[in-house]
Design a protein around this ligand. Sequence first.
Ligand code: SF4
Ligand code: SF4
Length: 130
Amino acid sequence: MTNVCLDCGKCCLETEMILSQEDVKRIINNFEGEIEQEDFCNISSDGFLQLRNNDHHCYFFDTLTKTCIIYDTRPQGCKFYPLIYNMKEDKCVLDEDCPKPSVFYPNINERKKTCLEIIKFLKNQLKINF
Ligand code: SF4
Ligand code: SF4
């Protein structure tokens, strides 16, 4: 399902995507060329590793092709997207910024299944307790 995002890339603009240590290691180990954590990571105000923006878009977003240059090894949060966990509402929601969320999550069962994976990811890899 890699073609559904063509000509969009909205979620890669002004990204605030949180990264796990596993994400960072996987990206560095698979990147073609030299790259260091500081090149693509910031520390969020909550103390989490976060994707860095360059000129208002994710470090890994190619503005010409509007694609992710590390698609296969992109952060886990980008793989879950547009399903995200809303801490305030304490539940998974489809991000309103994505114009075609139903393409990725066509039914409630898909959302429920991925929501469990998101919660596991948040607990195990980001060490967030609910
Ligand atoms: S996931 Fe949604 S917002 Fe992101 S590029 Fe695809 S269609 Fe656009
Ligand atoms: S890592 Fe890729 S999919 Fe994730 S925000 Fe950056 S460009 Fe978009």
